[in-house]
Write a protein that binds this ligand. Structure first.
Ligand code: HEM
Length: 392
């Protein structure tokens, strides 16, 4: 499936139902518009060289499941679990019911449903004895980690443009998981509803910022090198970093527009750099104002997040979260489920995160409260389950 770049929306081909399933309820396959019958029937292929839900332009809704294997589950049990949930994901992504689906009608509107499976460090090393290393991130001085949002054995990232599709897939997958693993956490997230803004519009986070302007997209020539691993036996896989980042909205409320824009280095109205007039214009970090001060503060988020080394880049695929929290004056806890994909986390992600922990004006309002990393195996071929080759 030739998905368009993150900034480019997605092509009609990417969402046309596979020919063998064009009889799925409500489907039309004229290839003329990305949404032939309705956005609900659009699909993203589960099978392929890479797992879906990574290069896939981000859907509107996220449910990220952190699972711990039961103590008695060994590699063979893990294989059975991955067989079951790969089958669920493949069927549901096509708009077909899962095996023994108790609510098959809910499967008919996949809305670009993707399921992406990740394996934690303990599973990769102890259970599978894999040479593919997935290491815990180093400690960063700004982290305030809560183990409740910490590393788990497995992660299942479910994304779709319809929260019903996500909820149904989650329920089907959790039913199969129950004999093998327990849920430690679920991180739900959202972006604008599909159709609320034109396709390809960069998302906004809850702080009001345009977030995702400078990012990797599949159409970029170096995307494959930066995202897909070429490690033997793991080619086409990648690594996922999950950071739960709380935004202190109560104190953000006290900052005026000038201060808010200075903290990031971009304008709130359109995401343009403070030295430019449009979102995708290159920021000029050398520009100074009449008094000789830099227009983009060297401590701003974009100045600190940008690396001089083009290899220190990765794919960001974040979602907003909001959960009730009666203990806070605002009544809610909100922020970002920050998800990043990189071929080499230590080389690409860690230096950037380290720099931000040292200095970033945004740190006054944002705190990382959860952190985990996963090896994301290559995609499964038709008839195969995810990670089958790692378990062989
Ligand atoms: C850029 C917000 C956390 C890495 C940006 C931009 C915003 C933003 C508004 C500018 C628009 C864009 O290019 O996307 C936030 C918020 C965060 C957060 C609100 C926390 C709640 C992080 C973290 C990392 C990161 C944890 C990585 C460790 C980047 C990078 C860029 C960026 C690499 C692009 C910089 C460039 O222009 O080259 N972020 N960010 N951000 N952010 Fe963040």
């Amino acid at each position: 499936v030739a998905l368009g770049g993150a900034g480019a929306g997605w092509s009609a081909a990417a969402v046309a139902l596979p020919a063998e399933h064009s009889d799925a309820p409500g489907a039309a396959d004229d290839g003329a518009t990305p949404y032939a019958a309705s956005p609900g029937t659009s699909t993203v292929a589960f099978h392929g060289p890479h797992q879906a839900g990574i290069a896939t332009p981000a859907q509107a809704h996220l449910s990220l499941l952190g699972l711990d294997l039961l103590p008695e589950v060994r590699a063979e049990g893990l294989g059975r679990l991955l067989t079951l949930i790969s089958d669920d994901a493949a069927r549901l992504a096509r708009g077909l019911p899962a095996l023994a689906d108790t609510e098959p009608e809910l499967a008919t509107t996949p809305a670009r449903l993707t399921a992406t499976f990740g394996l934690g460090p303990r599973v990769m090393s102890d259970l599978l004895g894999s040479t593919v290393a997935v290491r815990a991130l180093p400690a960063f001085r700004t982290d305030r980690l809560d183990l409740a949002w910490g590393q788990t054995d497995l992660a299942v990232q479910l994304c779709a443009d319809d929260p019903m599709a996500v909820a149904h897939a989650r329920r089907m997958i959790l039913k199969d998981v129950s004999g093998f693993a327990r849920v430690r956490w679920i991180q739900d997230g959202y972006r604008h509803a599909h159709g609320a803004v034109p396709d390809g519009t960069t998302m906004r986070n809850l702080m009001g910022q345009v977030d995702g302007t400078v990012n990797l997209a599949e159409a970029m020539p170096d995307f494959a090198d930066l995202v897909w691993s070429d490690e033997t036996g793991f080619e086409g896989g990648t690594f996922m970093v999950v950071r739960r980042i709380r935004a202190r909205m109560e104190s953000w409320d006290r900052v005026d527009r000038v201060g808010r824009e200075a903290a990031v280095g971009r304008r709130l109205a359109d995401g343009a750099p403070l030295t430019g007039t449009s979102e995708h214009e290159e920021p000029d970090f050398e520009a100074v104002d009449d008094l000789g001060f830099p227009v983009i503060d060297p401590a701003s988020h974009i100045a600190r997040a940008r690396s001089a080394d083009p290899r220190e880049r990765f794919l960001r695929r974040a979602y907003n979260y909001t959960v009730p929290d009666p203990s806070r004056p605002s009544g809610e806890d909100s922020g970002l489920v920050f998800i990043a994909f990189a071929a080499d986390v230590d080389r690409q992600f860690v230096p950037v995160q380290r720099r931000l922990a040292e200095l970033d004006r945004l740190n006054e309002w944002v705190t990382t409260i959860g952190s985990a990393v996963y090896a994301v195996p290559p995609g499964a071929a038709e008839g195969e389950y995810v990670a089958e080759r790692l378990l062989a």
